[in-house]
Design a protein around this ligand. Structure first.
Ligand code: APR
Length: 233
């Protein structure tokens, strides 16, 4: 049986119920930190230690977090659908929930990257990445994260994946950060979409979309139940 192609496009909202802060909510990370101090190439050149400390703290939170019911439900969908997760999140909760195809647009916090030889990427043992942690060619390692103002290398593969989808779920993203937010436009016209967010942006028009005005931990398992039973043969 050929499985239908389903894409779940996720943002920080899907990890909120795992205890990881979103970015732009009232208690979001960007309320606490200035983006330009911790998430730009300029910040890295200005104060590496501040940037490394920011991501070390975030990495400790990710290590202590657990996938929630929304992550787990998406993994369950793989028994009936050919599921691709396209996430803006740098946490590894989709993989830890059992999802097998996860494309990270903005990098992965559990990995480091050589600041000079960008093709050199390593898994981080433990939670800390510090000054003096070098790649095999002697260059300082940086967090494997896409900072504001940097290229998004995985955007083209993601556009291709979403253009093949027969169903699209949009979960926990404010759709404010480009080019990621533009991805939904690459879905084929008329494809059924589900937009899950407790504060959905009313100005966002996605076409043929069912808006589920609720938290992911509640709405995603319910939607997955529907999709698993609905006649999508
Ligand atoms: N369930 C579902 N959605 C939620 C939940 C929840 N429990 N809690 C909050 N949300 C929603 C918010 O209403 C908001 O629309 O998640 C969205 C989070 O939006 P942002 O904080 O803007 O995060 P995101 O869209 O992932 O940010 C995109 O911006 O800062 C950069 O690189 C970073 O990948 C990130 C990108």
């Amino acid at each position: 049986m050929i499985k239908r192609k389903l894409v779940a496009f996720t943002g920080s909202g899907i990890s909120a119920e795992s205890g990881l802060k979103t970015f732009r909510d009232s208690d979001g990370l960007w309320e606490e930190y200035n983006v330009y101090d911790v998430a730009t190439p300029e910040a890295w050149h200005r104060d590496r230690k501040l940037v490394l400390d920011f991501y070390n703290a975030r990495r400790r939170q990710v290590i202590n977090a657990k996938p929630n019911d929304a992550h787990i439900a998406l993994a369950k969908l793989e028994s009936k659908f050919d599921v691709d997760i396209i996430t803006q999140n740098i946490d590894d909760l989709h993989e830890r929930a059992g999802s097998t195809k996860v494309l990270h647009l903005h990098g992965e916090i559990m990995k480091s990257q050589s600041m000079l030889h960008r093709q050199l990427v390593y898994a981080i043992k433990g939670s800390e990445l510090n000054e003096g942690d070098l790649c095999e060619r002697g260059a300082q390692l940086r967090p494997f994260v896409v900072w504001f103002g940097e290229e998004v290398p995985m955007i083209r593969p993601a556009e291709h994946v979403i253009s093949q989808a027969e169903i699209v779920l949009i979960i926990g993203t404010s759709l404010q950060v480009y080019p990621a937010a533009g991805l939904v436009q690459f879905a084929r016209p008329g494809v059924k979409k589900y937009y899950i967010d407790p504060n959905p942006d009313a100005n966002i028009y996605l076409g043929n979309t069912e808006v589920l005005n609720s938290k992911a931990g509640i709405a995603v398992p319910r939607l997955v139940e529907r999709l698993m039973t609905d006649n999508y043969e």
